[in-house]
Design a protein around this ligand. Structure first.
Ligand code: AMP
Length: 614
Protein backbone atom coordinates (compact mmCIF):
# COMPACT_ATOMS: atom_id res chain seq x y z
CA UNK A 1 0.00 0.00 0.00
CA UNK A 2 1.31 3.47 -0.87
CA UNK A 3 0.49 6.91 0.58
CA UNK A 4 -1.78 7.43 -2.45
CA UNK A 5 -4.10 4.82 -0.93
CA UNK A 6 -4.33 6.71 2.38
CA UNK A 7 -6.12 9.96 1.55
CA UNK A 8 -9.21 10.84 -0.44
CA UNK A 9 -7.53 13.46 -2.64
CA UNK A 10 -4.66 11.11 -3.46
CA UNK A 11 -7.12 8.34 -4.27
CA UNK A 12 -9.22 10.60 -6.51
CA UNK A 13 -6.13 11.93 -8.29
CA UNK A 14 -4.98 8.38 -8.96
CA UNK A 15 -8.42 7.45 -10.30
CA UNK A 16 -8.42 10.47 -12.63
CA UNK A 17 -5.14 9.31 -14.14
CA UNK A 18 -6.06 5.66 -14.28
CA UNK A 19 -9.78 5.57 -15.13
CA UNK A 20 -10.18 9.11 -16.57
CA UNK A 21 -13.44 8.99 -18.56
CA UNK A 22 -15.10 6.12 -16.68
CA UNK A 23 -18.19 7.07 -14.70
CA UNK A 24 -17.53 7.95 -11.03
CA UNK A 25 -20.77 9.57 -9.77
CA UNK A 26 -24.05 9.47 -11.66
CA UNK A 27 -27.69 10.26 -11.04
CA UNK A 28 -30.95 10.80 -12.83
CA UNK A 29 -31.28 13.99 -14.90
CA UNK A 30 -27.68 15.20 -14.51
CA UNK A 31 -24.56 14.57 -16.57
CA UNK A 32 -22.46 11.86 -14.89
CA UNK A 33 -19.11 12.89 -13.44
CA UNK A 34 -16.17 10.88 -14.74
CA UNK A 35 -13.18 10.25 -12.48
CA UNK A 36 -11.36 13.00 -14.37
CA UNK A 37 -14.15 15.55 -13.84
CA UNK A 38 -14.56 14.53 -10.22
CA UNK A 39 -10.88 15.33 -9.68
CA UNK A 40 -11.32 18.69 -11.48
CA UNK A 41 -14.23 19.41 -9.10
CA UNK A 42 -12.00 18.65 -6.10
CA UNK A 43 -9.31 21.02 -7.36
CA UNK A 44 -11.85 23.77 -8.04
CA UNK A 45 -13.38 23.28 -4.59
CA UNK A 46 -9.91 23.55 -3.07
CA UNK A 47 -9.29 26.90 -4.77
CA UNK A 48 -12.74 28.25 -3.92
CA UNK A 49 -12.64 27.09 -0.30
CA UNK A 50 -9.13 28.36 0.26
CA UNK A 51 -10.28 31.76 -1.09
CA UNK A 52 -13.17 31.64 1.39
CA UNK A 53 -10.62 31.21 4.18
CA UNK A 54 -11.18 27.48 4.63
CA UNK A 55 -8.45 24.87 4.62
CA UNK A 56 -7.10 21.76 6.30
CA UNK A 57 -8.31 21.34 9.87
CA UNK A 58 -11.44 23.51 9.41
CA UNK A 59 -14.77 21.81 10.05
CA UNK A 60 -17.37 22.51 7.38
CA UNK A 61 -20.98 21.48 7.98
CA UNK A 62 -22.82 20.29 4.89
CA UNK A 63 -26.63 20.28 4.72
CA UNK A 64 -27.71 19.31 1.23
CA UNK A 65 -30.54 17.24 -0.17
CA UNK A 66 -29.78 13.58 -0.82
CA UNK A 67 -28.26 13.12 -4.26
CA UNK A 68 -25.06 13.34 -6.33
CA UNK A 69 -24.18 16.89 -5.18
CA UNK A 70 -24.04 15.71 -1.59
CA UNK A 71 -21.76 12.79 -2.52
CA UNK A 72 -19.43 15.05 -4.48
CA UNK A 73 -19.54 17.81 -1.83
CA UNK A 74 -18.49 15.24 0.78
CA UNK A 75 -15.57 14.04 -1.36
CA UNK A 76 -14.45 17.54 -2.34
CA UNK A 77 -14.76 19.09 1.14
CA UNK A 78 -13.06 16.07 2.75
CA UNK A 79 -10.16 16.50 0.30
CA UNK A 80 -9.55 20.05 1.46
CA UNK A 81 -10.94 20.44 4.99
CA UNK A 82 -13.09 18.38 7.40
CA UNK A 83 -16.53 17.41 6.09
CA UNK A 84 -19.40 17.30 8.59
CA UNK A 85 -22.55 16.28 6.72
CA UNK A 86 -25.71 16.72 8.82
CA UNK A 87 -29.16 15.20 8.51
CA UNK A 88 -31.37 17.77 6.72
CA UNK A 89 -34.32 16.52 8.82
CA UNK A 90 -32.93 18.16 11.98
CA UNK A 91 -34.81 21.06 13.51
CA UNK A 92 -33.22 24.50 13.95
CA UNK A 93 -32.41 23.80 17.61
CA UNK A 94 -30.48 20.68 16.63
CA UNK A 95 -28.59 22.45 13.86
CA UNK A 96 -27.65 25.09 16.41
CA UNK A 97 -26.26 22.34 18.67
CA UNK A 98 -24.30 20.61 15.90
CA UNK A 99 -22.90 23.80 14.38
CA UNK A 100 -21.85 24.97 17.84
CA UNK A 101 -20.40 21.61 18.88
CA UNK A 102 -18.46 21.36 15.62
CA UNK A 103 -17.27 24.97 15.90
CA UNK A 104 -18.10 24.94 12.21
CA UNK A 105 -16.04 27.31 10.14
CA UNK A 106 -18.91 27.49 7.66
CA UNK A 107 -22.07 25.76 6.48
CA UNK A 108 -22.65 24.63 2.90
CA UNK A 109 -26.25 24.69 1.65
CA UNK A 110 -27.90 24.68 -1.77
CA UNK A 111 -28.17 28.14 -3.33
CA UNK A 112 -31.39 29.88 -2.29
CA UNK A 113 -31.96 27.36 0.51
CA UNK A 114 -33.87 28.87 3.43
CA UNK A 115 -33.98 25.84 5.73
CA UNK A 116 -33.56 25.68 9.52
CA UNK A 117 -29.83 24.93 9.01
CA UNK A 118 -29.26 28.35 7.45
CA UNK A 119 -31.35 30.03 10.14
CA UNK A 120 -29.28 28.36 12.85
CA UNK A 121 -26.00 29.28 11.13
CA UNK A 122 -27.08 32.90 10.69
CA UNK A 123 -28.11 33.13 14.36
CA UNK A 124 -24.71 31.75 15.42
CA UNK A 125 -22.75 33.90 12.99
CA UNK A 126 -21.47 30.84 11.07
CA UNK A 127 -20.75 31.96 7.48
CA UNK A 128 -22.98 30.29 4.88
CA UNK A 129 -21.55 29.05 1.60
CA UNK A 130 -23.96 28.38 -1.24
CA UNK A 131 -23.53 25.49 -3.63
CA UNK A 132 -24.39 26.60 -7.16
CA UNK A 133 -24.88 23.82 -9.70
CA UNK A 134 -23.35 24.05 -13.15
CA UNK A 135 -25.33 22.59 -16.08
CA UNK A 136 -22.74 19.80 -16.47
CA UNK A 137 -23.27 18.20 -13.05
CA UNK A 138 -20.39 19.94 -11.25
CA UNK A 139 -20.73 22.95 -8.93
CA UNK A 140 -19.21 26.13 -7.54
CA UNK A 141 -19.10 27.28 -3.95
CA UNK A 142 -20.01 30.88 -3.37
CA UNK A 143 -19.63 32.88 -0.17
CA UNK A 144 -17.97 35.92 1.33
CA UNK A 145 -14.22 35.77 0.64
CA UNK A 146 -12.12 35.34 3.78
CA UNK A 147 -8.54 36.25 4.60
CA UNK A 148 -7.15 33.08 3.05
CA UNK A 149 -6.89 29.65 4.60
CA UNK A 150 -4.43 29.06 7.41
CA UNK A 151 -3.59 25.66 5.92
CA UNK A 152 -4.40 25.70 2.19
CA UNK A 153 -3.94 22.79 -0.19
CA UNK A 154 -4.96 19.17 -0.21
CA UNK A 155 -5.49 17.06 2.89
CA UNK A 156 -2.87 14.55 4.01
CA UNK A 157 -3.22 11.02 5.35
CA UNK A 158 -3.31 11.87 9.05
CA UNK A 159 -5.68 14.83 8.74
CA UNK A 160 -9.22 14.39 10.02
CA UNK A 161 -11.43 14.06 6.93
CA UNK A 162 -14.91 13.49 8.31
CA UNK A 163 -16.71 14.21 11.55
CA UNK A 164 -19.99 12.52 12.41
CA UNK A 165 -21.92 12.46 15.66
CA UNK A 166 -23.16 9.26 17.24
CA UNK A 167 -26.04 8.92 19.64
CA UNK A 168 -24.37 8.15 22.91
CA UNK A 169 -25.62 6.95 26.25
CA UNK A 170 -26.13 10.55 27.28
CA UNK A 171 -28.46 12.84 25.40
CA UNK A 172 -25.42 14.70 24.11
CA UNK A 173 -24.17 13.06 20.90
CA UNK A 174 -20.47 12.22 20.75
CA UNK A 175 -18.27 13.67 18.02
CA UNK A 176 -16.40 11.02 16.04
CA UNK A 177 -13.44 12.28 14.01
CA UNK A 178 -12.29 9.96 11.22
CA UNK A 179 -8.95 10.54 9.54
CA UNK A 180 -8.19 10.19 5.86
CA UNK A 181 -6.31 7.02 6.76
CA UNK A 182 -9.32 5.63 8.69
CA UNK A 183 -11.70 6.23 5.80
CA UNK A 184 -9.39 4.88 3.12
CA UNK A 185 -8.60 1.77 5.20
CA UNK A 186 -12.32 1.11 5.64
CA UNK A 187 -13.01 1.67 1.93
CA UNK A 188 -10.25 -0.81 1.08
CA UNK A 189 -11.57 -3.35 3.60
CA UNK A 190 -15.04 -3.16 2.08
CA UNK A 191 -13.61 -3.39 -1.43
CA UNK A 192 -11.65 -6.51 -0.59
CA UNK A 193 -14.62 -8.18 1.18
CA UNK A 194 -16.88 -7.52 -1.79
CA UNK A 195 -14.16 -8.02 -4.44
CA UNK A 196 -14.98 -4.62 -5.89
CA UNK A 197 -13.28 -3.51 -9.11
CA UNK A 198 -13.52 -0.72 -11.66
CA UNK A 199 -16.34 -2.65 -13.36
CA UNK A 200 -18.57 -2.29 -10.32
CA UNK A 201 -21.39 0.19 -10.05
CA UNK A 202 -23.15 0.70 -6.73
CA UNK A 203 -26.73 1.93 -6.45
CA UNK A 204 -26.76 4.22 -3.43
CA UNK A 205 -30.02 4.43 -1.50
CA UNK A 206 -28.42 5.23 1.86
CA UNK A 207 -28.48 8.73 3.34
CA UNK A 208 -25.17 10.47 2.71
CA UNK A 209 -24.90 11.96 6.20
CA UNK A 210 -24.38 8.46 7.64
CA UNK A 211 -21.18 6.41 7.53
CA UNK A 212 -22.82 3.46 5.71
CA UNK A 213 -23.65 5.45 2.55
CA UNK A 214 -20.55 7.64 2.64
CA UNK A 215 -17.98 4.89 3.03
CA UNK A 216 -19.56 1.64 1.81
CA UNK A 217 -21.47 3.02 -1.14
CA UNK A 218 -19.44 6.02 -2.29
CA UNK A 219 -15.86 5.75 -1.07
CA UNK A 220 -15.41 1.97 -1.33
CA UNK A 221 -16.68 2.09 -4.92
CA UNK A 222 -14.27 4.88 -5.84
CA UNK A 223 -11.36 3.24 -4.03
CA UNK A 224 -11.85 0.27 -6.35
CA UNK A 225 -12.01 2.54 -9.39
CA UNK A 226 -15.75 1.92 -9.79
CA UNK A 227 -18.70 4.28 -9.59
CA UNK A 228 -21.86 5.07 -7.63
CA UNK A 229 -25.32 6.03 -8.78
CA UNK A 230 -26.71 8.47 -6.25
CA UNK A 231 -30.49 8.32 -5.95
CA UNK A 232 -32.24 11.32 -4.47
CA UNK A 233 -33.91 9.22 -1.78
CA UNK A 234 -35.07 5.69 -1.21
CA UNK A 235 -38.42 4.55 -2.53
CA UNK A 236 -39.20 0.84 -2.91
CA UNK A 237 -41.61 1.59 -5.76
CA UNK A 238 -38.76 3.14 -7.82
CA UNK A 239 -36.27 0.39 -7.09
CA UNK A 240 -37.06 -1.97 -10.03
CA UNK A 241 -36.86 1.02 -12.41
CA UNK A 242 -33.43 1.99 -11.04
CA UNK A 243 -32.16 -1.55 -11.60
CA UNK A 244 -33.42 -1.49 -15.18
CA UNK A 245 -32.03 1.96 -16.02
CA UNK A 246 -28.68 1.92 -14.28
CA UNK A 247 -27.77 -1.77 -14.27
CA UNK A 248 -25.85 -1.54 -10.97
CA UNK A 249 -23.75 -4.52 -9.91
CA UNK A 250 -24.63 -4.12 -6.20
CA UNK A 251 -26.39 -2.05 -3.60
CA UNK A 252 -26.13 -1.77 0.17
CA UNK A 253 -29.01 -0.88 2.48
CA UNK A 254 -30.46 -1.27 5.96
CA UNK A 255 -32.80 -4.22 6.60
CA UNK A 256 -35.90 -1.96 6.64
CA UNK A 257 -35.19 -0.95 3.05
CA UNK A 258 -34.51 -4.54 1.99
CA UNK A 259 -37.81 -5.52 3.53
CA UNK A 260 -39.66 -2.76 1.68
CA UNK A 261 -38.05 -3.83 -1.63
CA UNK A 262 -38.96 -7.44 -1.00
CA UNK A 263 -42.54 -6.59 -0.04
CA UNK A 264 -42.95 -4.36 -3.09
CA UNK A 265 -41.66 -6.96 -5.56
CA UNK A 266 -43.48 -9.84 -3.93
CA UNK A 267 -46.63 -7.69 -3.94
CA UNK A 268 -46.22 -7.46 -7.72
CA UNK A 269 -46.16 -11.24 -7.85
CA UNK A 270 -42.47 -11.51 -8.80
CA UNK A 271 -40.82 -14.74 -7.79
CA UNK A 272 -37.50 -14.27 -9.60
CA UNK A 273 -36.09 -10.91 -10.62
CA UNK A 274 -33.55 -10.76 -13.46
CA UNK A 275 -31.02 -8.05 -12.77
CA UNK A 276 -27.44 -6.91 -13.22
CA UNK A 277 -26.72 -7.38 -9.49
CA UNK A 278 -23.71 -9.45 -8.48
CA UNK A 279 -24.60 -9.38 -4.77
CA UNK A 280 -26.67 -7.42 -2.23
CA UNK A 281 -25.20 -6.02 1.00
CA UNK A 282 -26.96 -5.29 4.29
CA UNK A 283 -25.60 -3.44 7.31
CA UNK A 284 -26.34 -1.09 10.23
CA UNK A 285 -28.98 -3.31 11.88
CA UNK A 286 -29.72 -7.01 12.20
CA UNK A 287 -30.99 -8.58 8.98
CA UNK A 288 -33.76 -11.08 9.69
CA UNK A 289 -32.79 -14.43 8.10
CA UNK A 290 -36.22 -14.58 6.38
CA UNK A 291 -35.45 -11.31 4.57
CA UNK A 292 -32.01 -12.56 3.60
CA UNK A 293 -33.49 -15.78 2.17
CA UNK A 294 -36.34 -13.89 0.49
CA UNK A 295 -33.90 -11.56 -1.29
CA UNK A 296 -31.59 -14.40 -2.30
CA UNK A 297 -34.48 -16.35 -3.78
CA UNK A 298 -35.89 -13.34 -5.58
CA UNK A 299 -32.64 -11.94 -7.04
CA UNK A 300 -30.71 -15.23 -7.19
CA UNK A 301 -27.58 -13.49 -5.83
CA UNK A 302 -25.82 -13.75 -2.46
CA UNK A 303 -26.93 -11.40 0.31
CA UNK A 304 -23.96 -10.31 2.42
CA UNK A 305 -24.69 -9.13 5.95
CA UNK A 306 -22.03 -6.88 7.46
CA UNK A 307 -21.50 -5.21 10.81
CA UNK A 308 -20.58 -1.53 10.82
CA UNK A 309 -20.18 1.41 13.14
CA UNK A 310 -19.39 5.10 12.72
CA UNK A 311 -16.34 4.83 15.02
CA UNK A 312 -14.90 2.13 12.73
CA UNK A 313 -15.44 4.23 9.59
CA UNK A 314 -18.14 1.61 8.98
CA UNK A 315 -17.17 -2.02 8.35
CA UNK A 316 -15.96 -4.27 11.17
CA UNK A 317 -17.14 -7.73 10.17
CA UNK A 318 -18.81 -9.21 7.13
CA UNK A 319 -20.04 -12.45 5.71
CA UNK A 320 -17.84 -13.42 2.76
CA UNK A 321 -18.89 -13.87 -0.85
CA UNK A 322 -19.34 -17.41 -2.18
CA UNK A 323 -17.77 -19.91 -2.35
CA UNK A 324 -17.09 -19.13 1.31
CA UNK A 325 -19.94 -19.66 3.72
CA UNK A 326 -22.37 -16.92 4.72
CA UNK A 327 -24.44 -17.55 7.81
CA UNK A 328 -27.94 -16.11 8.24
CA UNK A 329 -28.41 -14.17 11.50
CA UNK A 330 -24.65 -13.69 11.77
CA UNK A 331 -22.46 -10.68 10.94
CA UNK A 332 -19.67 -12.84 9.54
CA UNK A 333 -15.90 -12.79 9.90
CA UNK A 334 -13.68 -9.90 11.01
CA UNK A 335 -13.38 -7.84 7.83
CA UNK A 336 -10.67 -5.27 8.38
CA UNK A 337 -10.08 -4.55 12.04
CA UNK A 338 -9.14 -7.18 14.60
CA UNK A 339 -12.11 -8.17 16.72
CA UNK A 340 -12.01 -9.50 20.28
CA UNK A 341 -14.64 -10.40 22.83
CA UNK A 342 -13.80 -8.74 26.15
CA UNK A 343 -15.07 -9.38 29.64
CA UNK A 344 -15.86 -6.53 32.04
CA UNK A 345 -12.24 -6.30 33.14
CA UNK A 346 -11.14 -5.95 29.54
CA UNK A 347 -9.65 -9.45 29.23
CA UNK A 348 -10.15 -11.42 26.04
CA UNK A 349 -12.67 -14.26 26.17
CA UNK A 350 -12.68 -17.64 24.44
CA UNK A 351 -14.71 -18.50 21.34
CA UNK A 352 -18.26 -19.45 22.29
CA UNK A 353 -18.43 -17.09 25.27
CA UNK A 354 -20.47 -13.90 25.14
CA UNK A 355 -18.93 -10.56 26.02
CA UNK A 356 -18.41 -7.08 24.67
CA UNK A 357 -17.24 -6.80 21.06
CA UNK A 358 -14.08 -4.74 20.78
CA UNK A 359 -12.12 -3.66 17.71
CA UNK A 360 -8.72 -2.28 16.76
CA UNK A 361 -7.23 -1.40 13.43
CA UNK A 362 -6.39 1.28 10.93
CA UNK A 363 -10.03 2.11 10.29
CA UNK A 364 -10.85 2.90 13.94
CA UNK A 365 -11.24 6.52 15.07
CA UNK A 366 -8.39 7.95 17.15
CA UNK A 367 -11.01 8.81 19.80
CA UNK A 368 -14.08 10.97 20.49
CA UNK A 369 -13.35 14.67 20.14
CA UNK A 370 -13.26 16.67 23.36
CA UNK A 371 -14.75 13.86 25.42
CA UNK A 372 -12.12 12.30 27.74
CA UNK A 373 -14.81 10.53 29.77
CA UNK A 374 -16.21 8.72 26.73
CA UNK A 375 -12.68 7.88 25.58
CA UNK A 376 -11.74 6.47 28.97
CA UNK A 377 -14.84 4.26 28.86
CA UNK A 378 -14.45 3.12 25.26
CA UNK A 379 -10.68 2.63 24.80
CA UNK A 380 -8.76 -0.04 26.67
CA UNK A 381 -5.25 -1.26 25.83
CA UNK A 382 -5.66 -0.28 22.20
CA UNK A 383 -9.08 -1.87 21.87
CA UNK A 384 -12.25 0.14 21.32
CA UNK A 385 -15.32 -1.24 23.03
CA UNK A 386 -18.30 -1.16 20.65
CA UNK A 387 -21.03 -1.37 23.29
CA UNK A 388 -22.38 -4.40 21.39
CA UNK A 389 -22.46 -7.88 22.89
CA UNK A 390 -21.64 -11.02 21.00
CA UNK A 391 -19.61 -14.18 20.58
CA UNK A 392 -17.52 -16.01 18.00
CA UNK A 393 -18.64 -19.48 16.95
CA UNK A 394 -16.19 -22.32 16.38
CA UNK A 395 -15.71 -21.24 12.73
CA UNK A 396 -14.71 -17.71 13.79
CA UNK A 397 -18.04 -16.15 12.72
CA UNK A 398 -19.34 -13.31 14.90
CA UNK A 399 -22.88 -13.29 16.29
CA UNK A 400 -24.36 -10.15 17.90
CA UNK A 401 -26.51 -11.04 20.87
CA UNK A 402 -27.35 -7.71 22.49
CA UNK A 403 -26.22 -4.26 23.39
CA UNK A 404 -24.62 -2.74 26.47
CA UNK A 405 -25.08 0.84 25.27
CA UNK A 406 -28.45 2.54 25.66
CA UNK A 407 -28.82 3.45 22.00
CA UNK A 408 -31.99 2.43 20.14
CA UNK A 409 -31.51 1.17 16.58
CA UNK A 410 -34.67 2.19 14.74
CA UNK A 411 -34.26 0.60 11.31
CA UNK A 412 -30.58 1.63 11.19
CA UNK A 413 -31.25 5.16 12.54
CA UNK A 414 -29.61 5.36 15.96
CA UNK A 415 -31.01 7.48 18.74
CA UNK A 416 -30.29 8.13 22.37
CA UNK A 417 -33.42 7.45 24.46
CA UNK A 418 -32.35 10.18 26.90
CA UNK A 419 -32.82 12.75 24.18
CA UNK A 420 -36.44 11.64 23.89
CA UNK A 421 -36.87 11.70 27.69
CA UNK A 422 -35.59 15.27 27.78
CA UNK A 423 -37.91 16.42 25.01
CA UNK A 424 -40.89 14.99 26.95
CA UNK A 425 -39.71 16.34 30.30
CA UNK A 426 -39.78 19.84 28.85
CA UNK A 427 -43.61 19.53 28.79
CA UNK A 428 -45.06 21.26 31.86
CA UNK A 429 -47.47 18.40 32.59
CA UNK A 430 -44.85 15.63 32.47
CA UNK A 431 -43.29 14.58 35.77
CA UNK A 432 -41.27 11.59 34.59
CA UNK A 433 -40.48 10.26 31.13
CA UNK A 434 -38.62 7.25 29.85
CA UNK A 435 -38.18 6.17 26.26
CA UNK A 436 -37.50 2.56 25.41
CA UNK A 437 -37.32 0.15 22.49
CA UNK A 438 -40.09 -2.24 21.46
CA UNK A 439 -39.69 -4.96 18.83
CA UNK A 440 -40.92 -3.94 15.38
CA UNK A 441 -41.30 -6.19 12.32
CA UNK A 442 -39.53 -4.00 9.75
CA UNK A 443 -37.51 -1.56 11.89
CA UNK A 444 -36.18 -4.20 14.26
CA UNK A 445 -36.74 -1.75 17.10
CA UNK A 446 -39.24 1.08 17.43
CA UNK A 447 -39.28 3.79 20.10
CA UNK A 448 -42.09 4.31 22.59
CA UNK A 449 -42.15 6.38 25.76
CA UNK A 450 -43.89 6.11 29.10
CA UNK A 451 -44.71 9.26 31.03
CA UNK A 452 -45.97 9.93 34.52
CA UNK A 453 -48.07 13.09 34.44
CA UNK A 454 -48.40 15.65 37.24
CA UNK A 455 -51.54 15.13 39.35
CA UNK A 456 -54.58 16.64 37.65
CA UNK A 457 -52.68 17.05 34.35
CA UNK A 458 -54.91 17.18 31.36
CA UNK A 459 -53.15 16.33 28.15
CA UNK A 460 -53.61 13.66 25.52
CA UNK A 461 -51.13 11.43 23.75
CA UNK A 462 -51.68 13.53 20.62
CA UNK A 463 -50.77 16.72 22.57
CA UNK A 464 -47.55 15.14 23.82
CA UNK A 465 -46.72 13.78 20.39
CA UNK A 466 -47.16 17.22 18.82
CA UNK A 467 -44.99 18.72 21.57
CA UNK A 468 -42.17 16.22 20.94
CA UNK A 469 -42.39 16.63 17.16
CA UNK A 470 -41.82 20.36 17.62
CA UNK A 471 -38.57 19.51 19.41
CA UNK A 472 -37.24 16.40 17.70
CA UNK A 473 -37.14 15.24 14.08
CA UNK A 474 -39.77 12.63 13.26
CA UNK A 475 -37.28 9.74 13.21
CA UNK A 476 -36.53 10.32 16.91
CA UNK A 477 -40.12 10.83 18.09
CA UNK A 478 -41.77 7.92 19.92
CA UNK A 479 -44.47 6.06 18.02
CA UNK A 480 -46.52 5.78 21.22
CA UNK A 481 -46.45 7.90 24.37
CA UNK A 482 -48.31 6.13 27.14
CA UNK A 483 -49.32 7.66 30.45
CA UNK A 484 -48.61 5.27 33.33
CA UNK A 485 -49.13 5.66 37.08
CA UNK A 486 -45.56 4.67 37.83
CA UNK A 487 -42.41 3.64 35.97
CA UNK A 488 -41.05 0.28 37.11
CA UNK A 489 -37.55 0.34 38.58
CA UNK A 490 -34.88 -2.34 38.78
CA UNK A 491 -33.55 -3.84 42.01
CA UNK A 492 -31.09 -0.96 42.44
CA UNK A 493 -33.94 1.57 42.23
CA UNK A 494 -32.75 2.71 38.81
CA UNK A 495 -35.03 2.79 35.80
CA UNK A 496 -33.89 0.10 33.41
CA UNK A 497 -35.03 0.66 29.87
CA UNK A 498 -34.39 -2.95 28.91
CA UNK A 499 -37.39 -4.91 30.08
CA UNK A 500 -39.82 -1.98 30.06
CA UNK A 501 -41.36 -3.18 26.80
CA UNK A 502 -42.45 -6.35 28.60
CA UNK A 503 -43.41 -4.66 31.87
CA UNK A 504 -45.45 -1.89 30.27
CA UNK A 505 -46.76 -3.93 27.35
CA UNK A 506 -50.33 -3.83 28.67
CA UNK A 507 -50.43 -0.03 28.43
CA UNK A 508 -49.50 -0.20 24.76
CA UNK A 509 -52.58 -2.23 23.85
CA UNK A 510 -55.53 -0.29 22.42
CA UNK A 511 -59.17 -1.41 22.55
CA UNK A 512 -60.64 -2.22 19.15
CA UNK A 513 -63.08 0.47 17.96
CA UNK A 514 -64.88 0.27 14.61
CA UNK A 515 -64.36 3.21 12.20
CA UNK A 516 -66.83 5.99 12.96
CA UNK A 517 -66.93 7.66 9.52
CA UNK A 518 -66.34 6.78 5.84
CA UNK A 519 -63.01 8.65 5.99
CA UNK A 520 -61.90 6.63 9.02
CA UNK A 521 -62.88 3.46 7.18
CA UNK A 522 -60.83 4.59 4.17
CA UNK A 523 -57.76 5.11 6.38
CA UNK A 524 -58.26 1.80 8.22
CA UNK A 525 -58.42 0.01 4.84
CA UNK A 526 -55.34 1.83 3.56
CA UNK A 527 -53.30 0.86 6.64
CA UNK A 528 -54.39 -2.72 6.10
CA UNK A 529 -53.55 -2.62 2.36
CA UNK A 530 -50.05 -1.14 2.85
CA UNK A 531 -49.17 -3.22 5.90
CA UNK A 532 -50.73 -6.40 4.55
CA UNK A 533 -52.53 -7.00 7.85
CA UNK A 534 -56.23 -7.32 8.76
CA UNK A 535 -58.02 -3.98 9.30
CA UNK A 536 -57.31 -2.62 12.78
CA UNK A 537 -59.64 -0.30 14.64
CA UNK A 538 -59.88 3.49 14.47
CA UNK A 539 -57.39 3.78 17.35
CA UNK A 540 -54.81 1.43 15.77
CA UNK A 541 -51.41 3.14 15.68
CA UNK A 542 -49.82 2.82 12.22
CA UNK A 543 -46.30 2.34 13.57
CA UNK A 544 -47.31 -0.15 16.24
CA UNK A 545 -49.15 -2.11 13.55
CA UNK A 546 -45.82 -2.54 11.73
CA UNK A 547 -45.62 0.73 9.77
CA UNK A 548 -42.42 2.69 9.21
CA UNK A 549 -41.52 5.91 7.41
CA UNK A 550 -41.18 4.14 4.05
CA UNK A 551 -44.68 2.70 4.35
CA UNK A 552 -46.00 6.01 5.72
CA UNK A 553 -45.01 7.54 2.38
CA UNK A 554 -46.93 4.81 0.57
CA UNK A 555 -50.05 5.37 2.70
CA UNK A 556 -50.03 9.12 2.13
CA UNK A 557 -49.21 8.87 -1.59
CA UNK A 558 -52.10 6.47 -2.14
CA UNK A 559 -54.55 8.40 0.06
CA UNK A 560 -53.46 11.64 -1.58
CA UNK A 561 -54.03 10.17 -5.04
CA UNK A 562 -57.51 8.89 -4.20
CA UNK A 563 -58.55 12.15 -2.50
CA UNK A 564 -56.73 14.47 -4.96
CA UNK A 565 -54.76 15.97 -2.08
CA UNK A 566 -51.04 16.49 -1.55
CA UNK A 567 -50.13 14.91 1.76
CA UNK A 568 -46.66 15.24 3.29
CA UNK A 569 -45.21 12.17 5.07
CA UNK A 570 -44.79 13.95 8.47
CA UNK A 571 -48.60 14.02 8.68
CA UNK A 572 -48.66 10.38 9.69
CA UNK A 573 -46.11 10.94 12.45
CA UNK A 574 -48.39 13.56 14.00
CA UNK A 575 -51.61 11.65 13.31
CA UNK A 576 -50.75 7.96 13.42
CA UNK A 577 -54.26 6.55 14.01
CA UNK A 578 -57.22 6.39 11.58
CA UNK A 579 -59.26 8.53 14.00
CA UNK A 580 -56.65 11.33 14.05
CA UNK A 581 -55.60 11.07 10.40
CA UNK A 582 -59.20 10.95 9.08
CA UNK A 583 -60.11 14.10 11.04
CA UNK A 584 -57.08 15.87 9.57
CA UNK A 585 -57.85 14.64 6.05
CA UNK A 586 -61.41 15.93 6.36
CA UNK A 587 -60.06 19.29 7.50
CA UNK A 588 -57.56 19.48 4.61
CA UNK A 589 -60.27 18.42 2.17
CA UNK A 590 -62.73 21.08 3.43
CA UNK A 591 -59.99 23.71 3.23
CA UNK A 592 -59.20 22.68 -0.35
CA UNK A 593 -62.89 22.82 -1.33
CA UNK A 594 -63.15 26.35 0.09
CA UNK A 595 -59.96 27.30 -1.72
CA UNK A 596 -61.24 25.87 -5.02
CA UNK A 597 -64.55 27.72 -4.51
CA UNK A 598 -62.75 30.98 -3.82
CA UNK A 599 -60.67 30.50 -6.98
CA UNK A 600 -63.79 29.69 -9.02
CA UNK A 601 -65.59 32.73 -7.62
CA UNK A 602 -62.61 34.87 -8.54
CA UNK A 603 -63.04 33.82 -12.16
CA UNK A 604 -66.78 34.72 -12.24
CA UNK A 605 -68.33 38.05 -13.06
CA UNK A 606 -70.05 39.97 -10.22
CA UNK A 607 -73.51 38.85 -11.50
CA UNK A 608 -72.52 35.19 -11.87
CA UNK A 609 -71.04 35.21 -8.35
CA UNK A 610 -74.18 36.76 -6.83
CA UNK A 611 -76.31 34.17 -8.65
CA UNK A 612 -74.15 31.28 -7.41
CA UNK A 613 -74.06 32.50 -3.81
CA UNK A 614 -77.87 32.93 -3.86
P1 AMP B 1 -23.79 3.38 13.35
O1 AMP B 1 -22.71 4.08 14.10
O2 AMP B 1 -24.98 4.23 13.06
O3 AMP B 1 -23.27 2.72 12.12
O4 AMP B 1 -24.34 2.24 14.32
C1 AMP B 1 -23.49 1.23 14.78
C2 AMP B 1 -24.29 0.21 15.52
O5 AMP B 1 -25.27 -0.39 14.66
C3 AMP B 1 -23.46 -0.95 15.99
O6 AMP B 1 -22.75 -0.65 17.16
C4 AMP B 1 -24.52 -2.02 16.19
O7 AMP B 1 -25.19 -1.82 17.41
C5 AMP B 1 -25.50 -1.73 15.06
N1 AMP B 1 -25.26 -2.62 13.90
C6 AMP B 1 -24.55 -2.37 12.79
N2 AMP B 1 -24.57 -3.41 11.93
C7 AMP B 1 -25.33 -4.37 12.52
C8 AMP B 1 -25.75 -5.68 12.13
N3 AMP B 1 -25.43 -6.23 10.96
N4 AMP B 1 -26.51 -6.37 13.02
C9 AMP B 1 -26.88 -5.84 14.21
N5 AMP B 1 -26.53 -4.60 14.62
C10 AMP B 1 -25.76 -3.87 13.78
Amino acid sequence: MTESDCSIPALLAKNAARYSSRQAIASEGVEPLSHERLWEQVQRTMEQMNCLGIGRGDRVAIVLPQGPELAVAFLAVASVAIAAPLNPAYLEKEFAFYLGDLRAKSLIVMVGDETPARLAATALGVPVIELVLRPNGSFDLSGTPGTGAAQPGLAEADDVALVLHTSGTTSRPKMVPLTQRNLCASARNIGSTLELSESDLCLNVMPLFHIHGLVACVLASLAAGGGTICTTGFNADDFPGWLGTWKPTWYSAVPTMHQAILAHLQGQGRSIMESSLRFIRSSSAALPPSVMMGLENLFQVPVIESYGMTEAAHQMASNPLPPRLRKPGCVGLPAGPEIAILDEAGDQMEAGTTGEIAIRGENVTPGYHGNPEANAQAFHLGWMRTGDQGFFDADGYLFITGRLKEMINRGGEKLAPREVDEALLAHPMVRQAVAFAVPHPSLGEDVVAAVVLHPGADCTEADLRGFVLDRLPAFKAPSRIIAVPDIPRGSTGKIQRIGLARQLGAFLATAHEEPASPMEKRVVDMFSEVLGCPPAGRQGNFFMLGGDSLRATQVLTRLGRSLSLELPTPLLFRMPTPALLAAELERIQAEKELDDLAKALGRLSTEERAELLD
